[in-house]
Design a protein around this ligand. Structure first.
Ligand SMILES: [Zn+2]
Length: 94
């Protein structure tokens, strides 16, 4: 599943509810999920990490949808040519 397909899938599952909640409320849920990922990373619980990374990606995706952002296009525009500042791969910024 590529980024665009993932964003569409999350829209199919959650867009109606998340868009009704709105950007501010959904952003709070996103932050909560980032907190859960932080705790899983800190505890070093490898079994929890996969699910927490998936949750953060899903909430990021739904936020992008509500904000009218195509995540794949945004990622491609910014990073396809390498580092956005120095345009090198790997980054050669000081
Ligand atoms: Zn760079």
């Amino acid at each position: 599943m590529d980024i665009a397909a993932f964003q569409r899938r999350i829209e199919e599952i959650y867009y109606r509810r998340d868009s009704a909640r709105g950007l501010a409320g959904t952003h709070m849920w996103f932050c909560e999920e980032v907190g859960e990922l932080t705790r899983a990373l800190r505890r070093g619980h490898q079994d929890e990490l996969e699910g927490e990374f998936a949750d953060v990606l899903a909430w990021l995706s739904t936020l992008a949808s509500i904000a009218g952002i195509d995540l794949e296009e945004a990622a491609r525009k910014k990073y396809e040519q390498g580092c956005p500042r120095c345009h090198e791969t790997p980054c050669a910024c000081p």
